[in-house]
Design a protein around this ligand. Structure first.
Ligand code: GAR
Length: 188
């Protein structure tokens, strides 16, 4: 029997996080079984190159049904820029996680994504930045925190240099956290 857990990755952009999740799947014992995008984006091309089924849709009923069809145990938002409707958050409670490029609850919420987050970190004069994996709830970036990694803010940092450091940390944290969550799910 094949017991490898199936995950779905939701993306809206370049998909470098998706690429890491694909590259790390064997080592971390999960299978990227579906990629969902809400718009045409490079993440879809990365999925197609890896022969992973894709769905380009904004229809949440269709998305929900497709997750079930592919026997998805965990949904990972990786640069997915649409708000998840409340009914999906409830139905998939503790089965949807998000990676956010700050130490939540700092620098989160609606409109806080990508480079904007690191601009806010520098404007605030923070000496530490980082990333957070959290469960997705109806409140944007408000679900409970699962794991965080900190990185230093260096004196000459620009939003770009800081963003690169945070993204490196994200790409270590996310596959490990997925493996831990799936391990806990399959134990219960
Ligand atoms: C990642 O840095 C992720 O933390 C961020 O988008 C990037 C995705 O890049 N997500 C957010 O800001 C969500 N609020 P990618 O498309 O290259 O994977």
């Amino acid at each position: 029997m094949n017991t490898t857990s199936h995950i779905a990755v939701f993306a809206s952009g370049t998909g470098t996080t998706l690429q890491t999740l694909i590259d790390e799947q064997l080592q971390h014992g999960y299978h990227v079984a579906l990629v969902v995008a809400n718009r045409d984006c490079s993440a879809l091309a990365r999925a197609q190159n890896a022969h992973i089924p894709t769905l380009l849709s904004k229809d949440w009923t269709e998305i929900d049904q497709t997750l079930t069809q592919h026997d998805i145990q965990l949904v990972v938002l990786a640069g997915f820029l649409a708000i998840i409707p409340e009914w999906i958050c409830h139905k998939w409670e503790e089965r949807i996680i998000n990676i956010h490029p700050s130490l939540l609850p700092k620098h989160g919420g609606k409109g806080m994504y990508g480079i904007r987050v690191q601009e806010a970190v520098l404007e605030a004069g923070d000496t530490t930045a980082g990333c957070t994996v959290h469960y997705v709830s109806a409140e944007v970036d408000g679900g409970s925190i699962i794991a965080q990694t900190t990185v230093p803010v260096l004196p000459n940092d620009t939003p770009d240099t800081l963003s690169q450091r945070v993204q490196q940390a994200e790409k270590l944290l996310l596959p490990r956290t997925i493996a831990t969550i799936l391990h806990n799910i399959t134990q219960h």
